[in-house]
Design a protein around this ligand. Structure first.
Ligand SMILES: *Cc1c(COP(=O)(O)O)cnc(C)c1O
Length: 397
């Protein structure tokens, strides 16, 4: 096999980059995959080598060939200047925020962010003397009025957690740019395949690798990728904070990454089919899926995104909790649980009203979030059909 240079990799299609990025079998006796390097101490042959840090690897915490393979593969995919791996998605969120904020700074945080991200802001950043204002995801140019002289960072997440709103990312980025703010984006739902964070001017792109990168619900993982401007501070903070990920989990993340393109395509296709079917049902008031015609976020999604993944929500007709439980408890293929992005389908009842402040959550019926896995769509629809019959039987009409 001919060796491919890193600069040449950028010219290939995204699925090719997913397959070849961060991989050099000639470094590993011809084995296709980079092995799991367990280790803390890295020995140097001489005192001179040890003290001059001339070796490629110096200490386990500072990285090994397994972590480096992942970082390179992610860079090949997302075109970032640098990548760090974190032990969870939430630690990727906290790492990105702490890399660019100091006491006295002000952060503009999207109101529809993942709830634990909000808790981190309110309980940790706040204690460190960082001011936080939450903004409506549909604020548009109104973001200008919220930017203060000490606003250092603007944080986006798209679509909104559970409620699925699509913000006008280019508008918000342009306003933030003008004031030289660092722009952060939680890109977990789209992955770099369906939203080009750096092409849209983002500085720090965060992914809960636990979801589509790992893809099999068998590891916790997080990634922060940085623009050229944000990379030095991220790299420094990451090194100073002592974060590192066990090599087995990095291996699982890298293994997941190789097949993420085909998996996402199937998640997208199946989720759209299930979402359209749900939209036709009388028990369902609204389907919140930006890929559907008629969704309030559809036009922006179509303009800015390259695809939709397998996660969306519905708002049911008003009904007692028992009806929702009857719907979900007996489903055969939809597990009840947190997280998503694995090969299996999941369902989760939700109510955002406790964790929103710039917007009001009052959808007029119970919310359920679905992750559509890789099962056959006909089986999923039959399962939901039976579930909706149970829901109807316990609904008060
Ligand atoms: C799950 C999730 C996270 C957190 O990831 P963990 O690996 O569970 O810590 C962050 N952001 C979004 C959008 C998520 O869905």
């Amino acid at each position: 096999m001919k060796k491919i240079s890193k600069s040449e990799i950028a010219t290939f299609g995204e699925n090719t980059r997913l397959v070849i990025g961060g991989r050099d079998p000639s470094d590993h006796h011809g084995f296709v995959n980079t092995p799991v390097y367990h280790g803390s101490t890295v020995l140097a042959p001489t005192v001179k080598d040890l003290l001059s840090h001339s070796q490629r690897y110096s200490y386990g915490r500072r990285g090994n060939p397994t972590t480096e393979a992942f970082e390179e593969a992610m860079r090949a995919l997302d075109g970032s200047a640098g990548v760090v791996t974190c032990p969870s998605g939430l630690s990727a969120v906290s790492t990105a925020l702490l890399s660019c904020l100091s006491s006295g700074d002000h952060l503009l945080m999207i109101d529809t962010t993942y709830q634990p991200t909000r808790t981190f802001c309110d309980r940790v950043l706040n204690r460190l003397g960082i001011e936080i204002s939450y903004y409506d995801p549909l604020i548009g140019t109104g973001i200008e009025e919220l930017i203060r002289s000490n606003t250092k960072a603007v944080y986006l997440e798209a679509p909104g957690s559970q409620s699925m709103e699509i913000p006008d990312i280019p508008l918000i980025v342009a306003a933030a740019r003008q004031h030289d703010c660092t722009i952060l984006l939680d890109n977990t739902w789209s992955t770099p395949l369906y939203f080009d964070a750096f092409g849209h001017g983002v500085d720090l792109s965060i992914q809960a690798g636990t979801k589509y990168i790992v893809g099999h619900s068998d590891a916790m993982f997080g990634v922060v990728s940085a623009s050229r401007k944000a990379w030095p501070a991220l790299k420094k903070f990451y090194g100073d904070s002592g974060l590192c990920v066990g090599p087995e989990d990095v291996f699982l993340a890298l293994r997941g990454l190789r097949t993420m393109g085909v998996r996402l395509r199937q998640h997208q296709d199946s989720a759209l089919r299930v979402a359209k079917w749900l939209a036709s049902r009388p028990e369902v008031q609204h389907v919140l899926h930006p890929g559907l015609d008629g969704d309030p976020g559809h036009a922006l999604w179509k303009r800015d995104f390259k695809g939709a993944s397998g996660l969306f929500s519905i708002i049911l007709q008003p009904a007692p909790d028992a009806a929702v439980a009857a719907f979900l408890d007996e489903l055969k293929f939809f597990g009840l649980g947190y997280s998503w992005g694995g090969y299996e389908s999941l369902a989760l009842p939700f109510d955002c009203s406790e964790y929103r402040s710039a917007t009001t959550w009052n959808p007029g019926g119970p919310g359920v979030r679905f992750h559509i896995g890789l099962e056959d769509v006909a089986d999923l629809i039959a399962d939901l059909d039976a579930g909706l019959a149970r829901f109807r039987a316990l609904s008060i009409s």
